[in-house]
Design a protein around this ligand. Structure first.
Ligand SMILES: [Zn+2]
Length: 107
């Protein structure tokens, strides 16, 4: 019998009842980052602590009402706790959204 996916709707192996995985998104990202670091550097990173820094990017409303105060910040990113935070003025429609995460290895 061939190994693989049966396109004829044939009997599939019974999937065992599994506990739902309880890893959070952050834990999954951390595990992936550790694997990448290990692959690139050979460091045994799983034994080390990875410190994430979440960066957020300034987003304006991207229309012709974006003011002179906010326009210079458009597209800039800072670590989430740093930099200016909207609203900068009454009626400000800007927001900072998560852009990416950088990782440092704790030595
Ligand atoms: Zn604004």
């Amino acid at each position: 019998m061939p190994i693989g996916w049966a396109s004829d709707g044939g009997e599939r192996p019974a999937s065992p009842a599994r506990e739902p995985e309880r890893f959070t998104w952050a834990e999954r990202v951390k595990a992936a980052a550790q694997q990448i670091i290990h692959n690139l550097t050979g460091l045994d990173s799983p034994g080390r602590d990875l410190i994430p820094t979440v960066w957020t990017r300034w987003e304006t409303a991207i229309d012709d009402r974006v003011c002179q105060t906010c326009a210079p910040y458009a597209g800039r990113a800072w670590p989430a706790a740093d930099g200016p935070h909207p609203p900068l003025h009454p009626g400000c429609r800007c927001q900072r959204r998560v852009a990416y995460v950088t990782w440092a290895v704790r030595n």
